[in-house]
Design a binder for this molecule. Structure first.
Ligand SMILES: C[S@@+](CC[C@H](N)C(=O)[O-])C[C@H]1O[C@@H](n2cnc3c(N)ncnc32)[C@H](O)[C@@H]1O
Length: 241
């Protein structure tokens, strides 16, 4: 016998489909810039993974209904991907960023140039080949030719297994974005970054967030695809709605 509850269909009288919450994994969650408008799109159940315990604490306050894991997103993805319908990953971008090139010729540099962190590509390949839901991996435009072709929108690259609209409805960043002005970034993201008392630089934390309108557009696009395929599944049961 088929367990219809497993596809979240029924509300008792068969009159209307009631979809189960979409299970979302938000990796490298930071303060959930990308996630801010997702509740407007679908009924969701979000698990967020963030390594910095102070950021994770603030994320939990901002999104009390989400499950927050303090830990390594790379490992969490490998061990848990099958439990989700949609996965968003924003691995750290500094080792890929064009800003690295500015350090290259600095005379007084007292560190070695870092290797680009190829976990970014490990995750993309992993998702491409093993994950059956929809995914979005987001990063900066790197200083080298991306190893896997991506979709470029604004200042970012996106690796997705669904089409992205040409416009993500991104808002214009504040004029003083590069300077990391906390007041204007707080206004832009509708979040008071001064609450953060952790170890990372406050301006870096505040500049890390994805524009919530872009996050919403991408999520809605992916959900359109997920919901359509759910409807297809529903019709297998011959119910009419
Ligand atoms: C670019 S930000 C993510 C921005 C987020 N998508 C948003 O829109 O708000 C990257 C975040 O990953 C966190 N991070 C770095 N390494 C991590 C790891 N191994 N596992 C989980 N989180 C990590 C950082 O603390 C930082 O908050």
């Amino acid at each position: 016998m088929i367990d219809k509850s497993s596809i979240g269909l029924l509300n008792g009288n068969f009159a209307k489909p009631m979809l189960a919450p979409v299970r979302v994994l938000n990796l490298y969650a930071s303060l959930g810039g990308n996630r801010y408008k997702w509740d407007e799109v679908a009924n969701i159940e979000v698990t967020a993974v963030e390594l910095d315990p102070e950021i994770a604490k603030l994320y939990q306050l901002r999104y009390p209904n989400d499950t927050v894991i303090v830990g390594d997103a790379h490992k969490y993805l490998q061990e848990n991907y099958e439990r989700f319908d949609f996965i968003w990953a924003s691995p750290p971008c500094p080792t890929h960023s064009k800003l690295q090139l500015a350090w290259k010729n600095m005379e007084r540099r007292n560190f070695y140039m870092p290797y680009p962190d190829l976990k970014l590509y490990e995750e993309i390949i992993f998702l491409q080949h093993y994950f059956e839901g929809k995914y979005c991996v987001e990063n900066v435009i790197p200083f080298y030719e991306p190893l896997i072709p991506a979709k470029k929108r604004g200042r970012h690259l996106y690796w997705t297994n669904f089409n992205l609209p040409n416009s993500l409805n991104e808002r214009k960043s504040p004029k003083d974005f590069a300077k990391g002005n906390i007041e204007s970034l707080s206004k832009f993201h509708d979040y008071d970054f001064r609450q953060y008392k952790g170890k990372q630089r406050l301006d870096v934390v505040a500049k890390d967030l994805v524009d919530y309108e872009a996050g919403k557009t991408i999520f809605a696009t992916a959900m359109g695809i997920i919901l359509k395929s759910n409807v297809k599944q529903n019709s297998l049961f011959g119910n009419e709605w």
